[in-house]
Write a protein that binds this ligand. Structure first.
Ligand SMILES: NC(=O)c1ccc[n+]([C@@H]2O[C@H](COP(=O)([O-])OP(=O)(O)OC[C@H]3O[C@@H](n4cnc5c(N)ncnc54)[C@H](OP(=O)(O)O)[C@@H]3O)[C@@H](O)[C@H]2O)c1
Length: 279
């Protein structure tokens, strides 16, 4: 039995579908699990409340662990959670972390994920860490203004980063959860090339076959928009990566291609495949 947390989100939901199609026995954990593939056991639990997590792990040998929301800053206890996981008889854990947990381990935006990484790697479970960079799907935040007025408004218009297509994260997670050879590895998951917000707007324009205007926001304007849907320290940390990336954060990683045996998908491919959300 594989337990998937974050099971209704950007990474977890397609991961459930991929593994269900392979015939895996699955439990889907979220606070409000709904709309799951046939045959998947839904389990309502809050990862910040270990009493609700314990029964979700009954019969599990493998855990895909994804933290979201307040768990990224101030809720939950990483070591206590991993004790519950090990006591339940789980033998393998795959943690969906973030590139920032390696590149900015002390930043308030990423220190918590670093603590989860440390808790996982201190166990004697078979563990693997997945550290994605920024998701291509963050562009869905632009969908309303692209639909309404063919406009992308974003900060740091010319800073290019190798954003990753979440379907590749899902594909790597599925491989790591079901194939041997990934124990003790930490994979950095990026796209195949660095692409700036202005270039992302141009890729959306190409996909739409119509011009899309780009307007650069200042940091305060961008932060005001981001804190509507993420904790303030996570917004701050994300803006620091978007505006002042380290050399490591700009670098393309070979890990998706190494695990999947095919190149990582590009932002332009993602835009073409998901253009309907922007029409
Ligand atoms: N977006 C990026 O650019 C980026 C880059 C690098 C790393 N990441 C990492 O990716 C992760 C987010 O993944 P995602 O985009 O797939 O998430 P998402 O789409 O925001 O979905 C979050 C999932 O977690 C569940 N959840 C939230 N709080 C919970 C709690 N307290 N207890 C149990 N379940 C909870 C949600 O369901 P309920 O609401 O029903 O509980 C949902 O299933 C984060 O760890 C983030 O650091 C993101």
């Amino acid at each position: 039995m594989i337990v998937i947390t974050g099971a209704t989100g950007t990474v977890g939901r397609p991961l459930l579908h991929t593994l269900a199609a392979q015939g895996a026995k699955l439990t889907a954990v979220a606070r409000h699990p709904a709309g799951l593939p046939d045959g998947v056991r839904p389990f309502a639990a809050d990862l910040a409340d270990l009493e609700t997590v314990r029964p979700a792990l009954d019969g599990a040998d493998t855990l895909f662990l994804l933290l979201a929301g307040d768990l990224l800053v101030d809720a939950g206890d990483p070591d206590a959670l991993l004790k519950v996981v090990a006591a339940a008889g789980v033998r393998r854990v795959v943690l969906l972390s973030s590139q920032g947990a390696r590149t900015r381990p002390d930043a308030p935006s990423h220190a918590r994920l670093k603590a989860y990484e440390d808790a996982v790697t201190r166990t004697d479970l078979d563990w693997t860490l997945l550290r994605p960079g920024g998701f291509a799907t963050n562009s869905y935040a632009w969908a309303p203004s692209v639909r309404a007025e063919r406009l992308v408004a974003a900060p740091f218009g010319d800073v290019a980063l190798p954003v990753v297509v979440p379907a590749d994260i899902t594909a790597v997670a599925a491989a790591v959860l079901t194939e041997p050879g990934h124990t003790g590895r930490a994979y950095e998951l990026t796209g195949p090339t660095a692409v700036s917000p202005r270039e992302q707007a141009a890729a959306l324009a190409d996909a739409l076959g119509e011009p899309v205007r780009f307007v650069e926001l200042n940091r305060a304007e961008a932060k005001a928009a981001m804190t509507r849907f993420m904790p303030e320290p996570v917004a701050e940390g994300t803006l620091s990566i978007l505006g002042e990336p380290t050399d490591d954060e700009r670098r393309v990683s070979p890990d998706i291609a190494d695990v999947l045996g095919r190149p990582a998908r590009s932002y332009a491919e993602w835009a073409a495949a998901n253009v309907d959300a922007f029409r």
